[in-house]
Design a binder for this molecule. Structure first.
Ligand code: AMP
Length: 308
């Protein structure tokens, strides 16, 4: 089993969907990634920053799921990163209403000493310089560095983002962001262009339409599990990334074949995330529930066809 370093926001989110509205609740990329990866019992640590306004019980929640929180700095007189978003009726697209960087603005990440040799690094959504800062602190080159990002960073820090993208093995990105990053509409062409930027593996997330994994000329596709109810898609992408990274860290096998399974685990965990607001559903998933959904996935996607 590998050690896993998780970088990303630990945040307050205010979310509005056609089903309701929340006040400031627990959110953030590292939070969702950590909760998701914790289902694989890997040795993981989160690197992030919060303000003095951040409740200890939220930090304890990660700690209780065995995510090491030594690398989450608390700036006593600062305010926690805040994001607010509103989903359209199709739940596939959203508008960002507010992004307040607050303590993120002057954040210098510190990787805990005994995670500096971690084999897997999951660079979740955060300023690309912070992502690079974490990579720089690793004393051994990680076996696998995975990067997730979003349009916000493409808009304000594209050059820094392109620099860090060069140094990772896998990128996970959603379809619109892949198009924005490459200027290509076709996701196949976009994936090829992203390969040329550095990453050997490109995962393009397509929300309720599943995810694509590209490696050279190989492509794998996993649908999203069709669900009766979707309450809040917030964090689904991060949860996917956490499941993907968690599974790879647990199995210590970074081949294309094993990444296909990692995509299925990522999709499975994301299917739980969207069932309730915020992180609520992610706080108590059982192994039995995960197993059942993996079975559903198999039934959904397996077929026999006679080719003569
Ligand atoms: P997702 O729905 O997977 O894209 O992730 C949503 C999470 O990303 C929320 O919990 C937000 O706190 C966090 N988030 C939103 N905007 C940013 C940003 N610019 N940088 C880092 N994290 C963000």
């Amino acid at each position: 089993m590998s050690k896993l370093v998780i970088v990303g926001t630990v945040a307050f989110d205010a979310i509005e969907t056609p089903f309701g509205k929340t006040d400031k609740i627990l959110g953030g990329a590292a939070t969702y990634i950590g909760l998701s990866a914790s289902n694989f019992n890997v040795d993981s640590a989160a690197v992030s920053v919060v303000g003095g306004d951040f409740p200890q019980e939220y930090l304890d929640l990660l700690k209780n799921r065995n995510v090491d929180i030594e690398g989450i700095e608390v700036v006593k007189d600062g305010k926690t990163f805040f994001w607010s978003g509103k989903y359209h009726n199709d739940m596939n697209s959203r508008d960002t209403l507010a992004t307040e960087l607050n303590v993120l603005e002057h954040f210098n990440p510190v990787v805990p000493e005994n995670y500096k040799d971690a084999e897997v690094v999951m660079l979740g959504n955060l300023h690309p310089l912070v992502q690079q800062g974490v990579l720089n602190q690793m004393t051994k080159k990680p076996k696998l560095a995975i990067l997730d990002t979003m349009n916000f960073w493409m808009d304000i820090a594209l050059d820094d983002l392109l620099s860090v993208i060069k140094n990772v093995d896998v990128i996970t990105i959603n379809d619109e962001e892949a198009r924005q990053l490459t200027g290509e509409y076709s996701l196949v062409v976009a994936a090829k262009k992203i390969h040329e930027m550095g990453p050997k593996f490109v995962v393009i997330k397509k929300g309720e339409h599943g995810a694509l994994l590209f490696h050279d000329d190989q492509v794998f596709y996993a649908p999203a599990l069709p669900l009766k109810e979707v309450f809040d898609p917030t964090g689904a992408g991060d949860t996917f990334a956490g499941g993907f990274a968690g599974y790879l860290a647990k199995t210590d096998d970074f081949s294309f074949e094993n990444m296909k399974t990692a995509v299925i685990y990522g999709s499975t965990l994301a299917s739980f995330c969207v069932e309730k607001f915020g992180t609520e559903r992610m706080q108590n998933i059982t192994d039995k529930e995960i197993y059942k959904r993996l079975e559903q996935f198999k039934t959904l996607t397996q077929f026999d066809i006679e080719l003569s």
